[in-house]
Design a protein around this ligand. Structure first.
Ligand code: UDX
Length: 435
């Protein structure tokens, strides 16, 4: 099929590459000419395992191309996906200006007799589909189109496998013709397809991300009780997770959730529920627990080191989770900045995130020392903090780590290491919710 994807960010680019990989012809549109130039030159603006190969292969096979022209994309495609950002506003509600603009732009290029399915893939509040429909109609009276909601559930770091092998595909549609076309798009993925009305599809995305955030805050609250009682949150999570109704996924206690989705989507769902007159108070607690995780962690560090000012602290991990270079809304970055604000001397290492943290001005390289290896980070450190659970941290020479540290104190913010092993190696080892 001929598909167009407007917005070549995370969701747009990975979706475009995966749609091309299964045989569709895809044109990715972006209004950032530099990004289009880079993509045309084979440069991938984000680090995502498997993505670069996928893009190169499908560009070479002429199934994937990039342009800055919406008209070009819409002209050549039966189905037009919108995958532009929906950032949060100061009050937590969703800024829909990019979606509105793209809807107007699509209206401006739709030609008479040219039926198109306009699919919203961005995460949007319930009832956005209605607004997109109204907007296209207002700016193009004779337009022949249907609007569909098709939320994307990919995770960063495993976006390609998530997209190629989804748990489910949600198609929110009020038109049989549009639903049939969407089923054709997804047929090669062999995934379960759930067809709903548009409002339900939009709500599914916010409800799913909020539920996963709730699971994380729940286990983090349990971790606090474990700390107060001497129980081990890892064992508790295993024990409750073995109940199939609960499941073990997203029950990893730690520093809390970050990234560009969970914090934003929980806030948005709280705002949406208020706007609809049905405030979702439970989610306010989910957020409160998450925002308190760093205070607890730094508080425990202060309990040991007493004063953080002038202390040499090593931090392993900067990205919001492993296997990505994404440092936006990363709890690890916030941790580093809070330590720096208290006057600590922080040396940090991350396999992929350091460059972007500086480029996006999330870290000040004159205040944080960024080093090229984990071992470099621990020289003279009075504490090592693990903030992101990259697998490579498991394979370090811990005798060397200990030898280089000033005092062998480890605070594991992601419960990555085995407490017994670390203590046998001679570390004063502290985890989250574990004795
Ligand atoms: C999430 C959703 O999983 C995905 O379906 C949606 O499309 C986008 O938002 P993503 O933000 O890429 O994906 O990462 P995810 O793996 O879900 O992790 C989010 C955050 O939760 C990370 O900061 C991670 O460290 C944290 N987390 C996750 C925990 O603290 N504990 C867990 O058990 C799982």
């Amino acid at each position: 099929m001929e598909l167009c994807i407007i917005g070549s960010g995370y969701v747009g680019l990975v979706s475009g590459a995966c749609f091309a990989e299964i045989g569709h012809h895809v044109v990715c549109v972006d209004n950032d000419q530099r990004k289009v130039d880079a993509l045309q030159a084979g440069k991938i603006p984000i680090y995502e395992p498997g993505l670069e190969d996928l893009v190169h292969r499908n560009v070479a096979a002429k199934r994937l191309r990039f342009t800055n022209s919406i008209e070009d994309g819409v002209d050549h495609s039966q189905i037009v996906f919108i995958a532009v950002p929906t950032p949060p506003q100061a009050d937590g509600s969703v800024d829909l200006t990019y979606i509105e603009r793209v809807a107007r732009e699509i209206a401006g290029v739709l030609k008479p007799g040219q039926y198109r399915v306009v699919v919203d893939k961005s995460t949007v509040p319930v009832k956005t589909g209605e607004k997109v429909t109204e907007t296209i109609k207002r700016y193009n009276k004779g337009a022949d189109f249907d609007v569909v909601s098709n939320p994307e559930f990919l995770r960063e770091g495993c976006a390609v496998p998530d997209l190629m092998n989804p748990d489910r595909v949600v198609i929110g549609s009020a038109s049989q013709k549009a639903t049939d076309l969407m089923k054709q798009v997804y047929e090669p993925f062999k995934a379960p397809i759930l067809v709903t009305d548009i409002n339900s599809a939009e709500l599914i995305k916010h409800a799913a991300n909020s539920f996963l955030s709730l699971k994380i805050s729940y286990i983090n609250a349990v971790a606090a009780i474990c700390e107060a009682s001497g129980a081990d949150v890892e064992m508790v999570a295993d024990g409750i997770g073995m109940d199939k109704r609960i499941g073990r996924n997203f029950l990893n206690a730690g520093l809390g959730y970050g990234g560009s989705c969970f914090p934003k989507d929980v806030k948005a769902f709280i705002a949406i529920s208020k706007q609809l007159g049905t405030p979702f108070k439970l989610l306010e607690e989910v957020e409160r627990i998450n925002e308190g995780m760093l205070d607890r962690f730094i508080g425990k560090l202060r309990d040991v080191l007493w004063v953080l000012k002038d202390k040499h602290i090593a931090v392993w991990g900067l990205t919001f989770k492993p296997d990505t270079d994404d440092v936006r809304n990363s709890v690890a970055i916030e941790l580093v900045n809070r330590l720096v604000a208290e006057g600590a001397h922080v040396t940090a290492y991350d396999p992929k995130g350091a460059e972007k943290a500086v480029e996006w001005k999330l870290l000040d390289p004159t205040k944080v020392k960024l080093v090229p290896t984990p071992i470099d980070a621990v020289n003279g450190a009075e504490a090592l903090l693990l903030a992101t659970e990259w697998k490579e941290f498991l394979n370090q020479d811990f005798a060397e780590v200990k030898a280089r540290m000033h005092t062998p104190l480890i605070f594991d913010g992601r419960n990555l290491f085995n407490p017994g092993t670390m203590r046998e190696l001679g570390f004063d080892y502290r985890a989250v919710g574990r004795p």
